[in-house]
Design a protein around this ligand. Sequence first.
Ligand code: NAD
Length: 412
Amino acid sequence: MSFLESVLEQYEIVADKIKLDDGIRERLRCPKRALIVSVPIEMDNGTVKVFKGYRVQHDIAMGPTKGGIRYHPNVNLEEVTALAMLMSLKCALMQLPYGGAKGGICCNPKEMSQKEIERLTRRFTTEIIWAIGPEEDIPAPDLNTNMQTMAWMMDTYSMQKGHTILGVVTGKPLVLGGSLGREDATGRGVFYMVEESAKVKGTKLKGLTVAIQGFGNVGSVAARLLFEKGCKVIAVSGSKGGIYNKGGINIKDLIQHIQENKEIADFHSVDTITNEELLALDCDVLIPAAIEGQINKHNVNDIKAKIIVEGANGPITPEADMVLYDRDVLLIPDILANSGGVVISYFEWVQDLQFYFWNEREIQQRLKEMMVNIFNSILSLSGEKKIDLRTASWMLGVSRISEAHKARGLYP
Ligand code: NAD
């Protein structure tokens, strides 16, 4: 089953459960708009290469669309469509005035120079320029994109419009209207969810053993915050594999090691492990924070963690989901667990529109409050209906979108 098929299957289950109106059900199954663009750029060696880029806007009932841009060799229309739908649910669940979108370019940024990536970003922005904007669709960073990518997007958009428009993207550098706390936002949200899960399981955070797949923006921040609170982060990994130390890894030293452009595998006092081995480790908390489909019917029976917090989007397939639910694993689904990114992106957009910036304490407090409140609502709903947390989150998300569609009616 493809990622899109599994997202749609979950959607149908939820639509049945909430008895979703047939017309709205049909409308939400397909994205509102899907754009495929050719992105030609000159490579450093003088040749011209054409990349395929995508931007999918799933739903606009509640406001402009919002979602990341990823650069990865696996990016395709189906993947971006599935991710855009998840963004709609995430925004609705978190009560943000947005619909979902997602975009990306099929490329391997690890084999490209910074100049080539800059040309790619600027040309891609130009190709999708009529579809994005602070009141239309607001991109943000995702896999292999970052603050610099967003700065180039904002600059390209602004140069074409003739004046500076801060609110067209979020996840920008502070000096360009970025928000305090945005870079750490998703990992911080994942951390709050581990904190809340530990309370549910009646255990202390200190001493919990944690394994984290993916040590990028999301995984490394979650690892650092958990390490600072006394958790034992026993394993982390990147796309080439991971490292393990039963007694815990010093995450601050590891971050420093990576900042010096060294490989994760070359870190001191650790054993190397594969990504498959990491997922199967005996640990209290597992955080998949890399890509989709990592825990599936083939490896779900090897999973030993009692708490799983989905830092990545779609890291667990529906078949694996059911097995974990039956085994009483506390699974915090992506649309809640990694919503910190879009919540602080929302704060950034609001600050940009008002040209008025908040302090970091205020931002973190508001984020925590929102995430913990929704976590508790979902927990109650799942207990009341005897359903897993993912189904409960989807039910809340789909119901809110449906309510907006009902109130607006069908044009014309
Ligand atoms: P990133 O590019 O900063 O880091 C990705 C990490 O995953 C890297 O360590 C990379 O080596 C690793 N990785 C890539 N392919 C892998 C594979 N096949 N096996 C194991 N590891 C692999 O990306 P990120 O921003 O941290 O995003 C990670 C996930 O979180 C994605 O699913 C993304 O959609 C999701 N997410 C990100 C944000 C955000 O604000 N950045 C927000 C919500 C969700």
